[in-house]
Design a protein around this ligand. Structure first.
Ligand code: HGY
Ligand code: MN
Ligand code: MN
Length: 413
């Protein structure tokens, strides 16, 4: 089968998508339902219609771009990823899976091959947790992995809730309509940059992802007592920031304590009040992220941190409250899809590595409703969530060809 990936068109589109940003290039910031996000969505719709593909959006803005098969009523083969971008990040995280998926469908259409099953690119709304604090917001609702009341209760830093925010940008249908019908997809395969350095270090071309790590995250709200930095003597201080500092170190200790390289812990968010150089912090809000490919080991690290929070709060006479954001199980890739990926790799005579994904992806939740697997391409130095994130055009094009071939194999099963 002669599949031609139009790499220069795809790279130009990735570059153009990166211009829809609230940060100066090369950084990309594209937060859920902001003006830049809505411009990017409108532009993507134009690409889909220009390619003669079927386009629709759901009540959260999850976007479906479909190439109909010869038996369109069969469960489709899905691919896709996200186009939202955390503050000051890069231009390849997520977008390679969306625009690469679109190019895979265009290449298949150009080749004249008519697949039995329809092929569909799904651009998920809000894979990143930036605006509402919860990652994979769109895929969780699509997969029925969260009660809708929890979605409705989410508020952004301006106190705007999801219903108000989505209504403002025209998504007014009931949230209940987002849930995917049973057997909507026969398989889902996501193309993504590796966001780690293994493929590059081993000089291998494609990652065959057999599992996605289990993410957990929570906020810690600390309240002590403020006061004058000069006049309030040290004995008896109830400094919320110092409590947070001890807890942040405990996150690192807990991750290292499992003795497994797969356990990771990060305090990525810290806000203090009143944040004045000559005032003792009376309040602190921490955002903690703990992951592992083994769910019970991840929970062991989380519980160790929670125990430490209690001890530090008692020692420093600071009030502490925990706000759980998520604690999701890991996901295993489907053997049949992995086989289809491996046969594409063999046909193309390229090198590959079987690996796990330590980053989470929307595929973590698609695994709840259909067989899933992922394809990784190398990214320079494993850098991601940074403006210097980079994936080479030939690696992207190769990943898109593996994806297209894999989708076609699955479409005939
Ligand atoms: O945090 C993650 O793993 C993903 O990049 N949102
Ligand atoms: Mn990301
Ligand atoms: Mn991503």
């Amino acid at each position: 089968m002669n599949l031609q990936i139009d790499s220069s068109k795809l790279m130009a589109e990735l570059k153009h998508l990166s211009t829809f940003s609230d940060a100066p290039s090369p950084a990309v910031t594209r937060i859920l339902w902001t003006e830049q996000d809505m411009k990017a969505r409108a532009w993507l719709k134009g690409l889909a219609l220009e390619a003669g593909l079927h386009y629709r959006e759901d009540a959260l803005g999850n976007t479906f771009i479909r190439l109909k098969g010869s038996q369109p009523d069969l469960p489709a083969i899905g691919t896709g990823s996200h186009t939202d971008a955390i503050p000051f990040s890069g231009m390849y995280d997520g977008t390679v899976g969306v625009l690469g998926g679109l190019e895979a469908l265009r290449a298949i259409k150009r080749s004249g091959v008519k697949a039995k099953r329809s092929l569909e690119v799904l651009m998920f709304t809000a894979e990143e947790p930036t605006r509402f604090g919860l990652g994979c917001l769109g895929s969780r609702v699509l997969a029925g992995a969260i009660e809708l009341e929890k979605i409705r209760a989410l508020k952004d830093s301006d106190g705007i809730d999801v219903e108000t925010a989505r209504g403002k940008v025209g998504y007014t249908a009931p949230l209940e309509t987002v849930l995917l019908p049973k057997n909507y997809y026969a398989a889902f395969v996501e193309l993504h940059i590796e966001q780690a350095p293994l493929l590059e270090q081993e000089k291998l071309q494609i990652g065959v992802v057999n599992a996605i790590a289990a993410p957990a995250s929570f906020f810690v709200h600390l309240e002590g007592e403020g006061g004058h930095a000069g006049a309030r003597l040290m004995p008896g201080r109830r400094d919320a920031l110092l409590a947070a500092a001890e807890i942040a170190l405990a996150v690192e200790t807990a991750a290292l304590a499992t003795d497994a390289i797969d356990t990771v812990g990060t305090t990525g968010l810290l806000e203090i009040h009143p944040a004045a150089i000559n005032s003792i912090p009376s309040k602190a809000k921490m955002g903690i992220d703990i992951r592992d490919i083994d769910g019970s080991r991840r929970d062991q690290a989380v519980n160790q941190v929670l125990e430490t929070i209690k001890k530090v709060a008692a020692k420093r006479n600071v009030q502490a409250s925990i706000e759980l954001i998520n604690a999701d199980p890991p996901a295993q890739s489907d053997p049949r899809i992995l086989e289809a990926i491996r046969s594409s790799i063999a046909t193309m005579q390229i090198s590959s590595l079987e690996m796990v994904s330590r980053a989470y992806h929307d595929s973590l939740f698609m695994a709840r409703v259909c067989p899933m697997a992922m394809i990784f391409i190398p990214c320079r130095g494993g850098i991601s969530h940074r403006p210097d994130e980079f994936a080479a055009p030939q690696d992207i094009a190769r990943g898109v060809e593996v994806l297209a071939r894999t989708m076609l194999t699955l479409a005939e099963q």
